[in-house]
Design a protein around this ligand. Structure first.
Ligand SMILES: *Cc1c(COP(=O)(O)O)cnc(C)c1O
Length: 376
């Protein structure tokens, strides 16, 4: 039986060659590959500076430290995200203040932000979820009005655009990630981009134990971390970046096939909606089961039995036990996020899937969903 994983990186012989070259050079960290990767990445996004780090999570942590967010501060963010975006706010001692999402874009609903702003609010950590830019016009207006900083979690949205402007260029800083399920990978890795030289220099220092930027001067001026990206990963990342147009166009094609076949089953399966403002960067293909009583987890189990992996995507952060325990969140606090969390699943989505695979996956999904609908 053919098995379809949910995600798979797109790695070729160029990557193997580049990594082998680094291995042979003997320079495995703090070397030329990271600097080259940063330069190329900044250029691609159209930002002045880029600072490579060991993960997207590390990047978010440093972006918040560099923004001066600290204990007692509040940061507004989305509950419908990968847990790292809210966790990073906790790392600096601040409080994540969740605001519910828009049911179509799955991004933070700007209309509900203002009610949650207090005298302690310092920033909005905007998550661009699933490759879709958040509604930046309204968010920027609110940030200006209330003098809040904006930090973008663009970890799922490399190359996405909002009215023609790339995500990652709206905030004081933005963070991208290169875990193997992202559009491009470095194994583990992340990138902070910014136009602010001070933020950039601070992030560079923070990722390297708080050393001053001039490595010859081994003073530790501030409390830093080891969040460096290694040279092997940076070499891999450059190869991936070289192919990014191909990768993104292939992913667009996969999404179009899915949408074509699933639109035939629109009475019970909702396909992703791309906002008119958005040029989408396809990170995952997430569908929603429309019948409120069909058990999404049972559908996932049935799919797995026939070799198709699917994943509950995404659980809402406020309902994780750590967040419930720490902040007394409960079911019903963010009803839209919860409704999407309970009914959505990510389908296999990676380069190498053929149109026939997608035809088969969607036919299997729809017959399983139909079977479950009959039961309820
Ligand atoms: C992947 C991701 C991150 C960062 O994840 P790492 O595994 O630390 O690279 C952060 N936020 C979101 C929304 C993500 O999807």
């Amino acid at each position: 039986m053919k098995h379809y994983p949910v995600a798979k990186p797109y790695i070729g012989s160029q990557e193997e060659k580049a990594v082998r070259q680094v291995l042979r050079s003997g320079i495995l960290s703090i070397g030329p590959e990271v600097a080259d990767f940063e330069r190329k990445f900044a250029k691609r996004i159209g930002a002045r500076f880029a600072c490579a780090v060991s993960s997207g999570t590390a990047g978010l942590h440093l972006a918040l430290v560099a923004a001066g967010i600290q204990k007692g501060d509040e940061v507004i963010t989305s509950p419908f995200s990968f847990v790292a975006s809210a966790n990073a706010i906790l790392y600096v001692g601040a409080k994540p203040v969740f605001v519910d999402i828009n049911s179509k874009s799955f991004n933070i609903d700007p209309a509900q932000i203002e009610a949650r702003i207090t005298s302690r609010t310092k920033a909005i950590l905007v998550v661009h979820i699933f490759g879709q830019a958040a509604d930046m016009k309204k968010i920027l207006a609110l940030a200006r009005k209330h003098r809040l900083k904006i930090i973008e979690d663009a970890c799922e949205s490399l190359d996405a655009e909002y009215y023609g402007r790339k995500v990652g260029t709206f905030g004081e800083s933005a963070v991208f990630a290169f875990y193997p399920n992202k559009q491009i990978t470095t194994g583990e890795g992340g990138m902070i981009v910014t136009n602010d030289k001070k933020v950039y220099q601070l992030c560079r220092s923070l990722r390297n134990q708080g050393r001053s930027d001039n490595l010859k001067w081994l003073d530790h001026k501030i409390l830093g971390y080891n969040y460096r990206l290694n040279e092997l990963s940076a070499a891999l990342g450059q190869c991936q970046l070289d192919k990014i147009d191909f990768i993104l166009s292939q992913r667009r094609r996969l999404a179009a096939w899915y949408t074509k076949y699933l639109t035939q089953h629109s009475e019970f399966i909702a396909v992703p909606e791309v906002m008119a403002s958005n040029s989408h960067s396809w990170f995952v293909y997430v569908v929603r089961l429309k019948h409120p009583k069909v058990k999404r987890d049972a559908v996932i189990t049935d799919l797995e039995k026939v070799g198709i992996s699917a994943k509950a995507y995404l659980p809402s952060i406020h309902l994780f036990s750590f967040y419930r325990k720490s902040f007394k969140y409960k079911q019903g606090d963010f009803p839209v996020a919860e409704m999407i969390s309970d009914s959505s699943l990510a389908l296999p989505f990676y380069i190498g899937l053929k149109e026939n695979d997608i035809k088969r996956i969607t036919a299997t999904l729809s017959s399983i969903v139909k079977k479950h609908e009959k039961r309820v």
